[in-house]
Design a protein around this ligand. Sequence first.
Ligand code: CA
Length: 367
Amino acid sequence: MQRRSFLKSAAAGSLAGPAVVRAQSLDGRLPEIKWRLASSFPKSLDTIFIAAETMAQRVAAATGNRFQIRVFPAGEIVPGPQVLDAVKDGTVEIGHSASYYYVGKDPTFAFDTAMPFGLNSRQQSAWIFNGGGLELMRELFRGYNIYNIPLGNTGVQMGGWYRNEIRTVDDLKGLKMRIGGFAGQVIARLGAVPQQIPGGDVYPALEKGTIDAAEWVGPYDDLKLGFNKVAKYYYYPGWWEGGPQLTAYVNLKQWNGLPKEYQTVLEDACMVGHIDMQTRYDAKNPKALKELVGSGTVLKPFPAEVMAACYKATLEIYDETAAKNPRFKKVYEAWRKFRDEQLQWFAVAENRYDNFMQATRTFGQKK
Ligand code: CA
């Protein structure tokens, strides 16, 4: 009876003003929740960092500020690479990270971000949201006490900054390059010496010549860090990051404790942040690239021979990893089938369209 009279008064109230009624109904049913989000990224990597803030703002707006998520940059609660553990152990309720940071725990984590010669950002989103990828990744994350939600993609990255030209595979021999994860293993197989260096230390290392090359993200972020001042050659593409995805990690107990409405709001807000990040990069990169080239940067594609050798080494590493790790094997086989179908489809209309439009060379000309 009480509930019925509440509904009646709510209906009467809606004639006066729907906003008030909604607030009343929220008051009656939904709790106030405050979460802390540990980001793996510094504020200076604004395009990536903002995605978590965008998500948090949407969550707050959709719940009348009842569900608040405060975003902390890397290092304020835990260092960037420890976000997964912080969420797993309940130090924070939620995190924002790149899952390939955790390949030391299980190489299967890389599928959640990017694999060398893997998916571009459209294909990664297709695999995750509608190609069975999210289910496979949730199986993996469940073992770490985490509910994972995609939150951002940078789009294909650049192949990085080099003090000297890369003309042949032999030029990789002895090359000291800041590059991580699977890609580091790949170039190591071709004689290069991968280095793990935090973002802030890359510039001085490249300037002093402690390293010969470094990859970071793409024109927008690379220009901000000024890599063009300490290395002349800017290669493309970043074949190890065709469409790297970032992910929100929610502590599983906290996730299960959320009202269904908040779960929906949180997932939807992550989707907004996911799309927002990609569009920010796509909007900002062209101008930044022009500025870099204008400042004297020499833009170069990796030679086909180098790409082919890296591809071959990548396939060897995948086969070896699959032979050792059944979980990796299961995801790899499903992922590879999906990628190959995507490549066949993208080779038709998408590729013809892009190639034609780029070949017209009418862009950038004055009318
Ligand atoms: Ca990168």
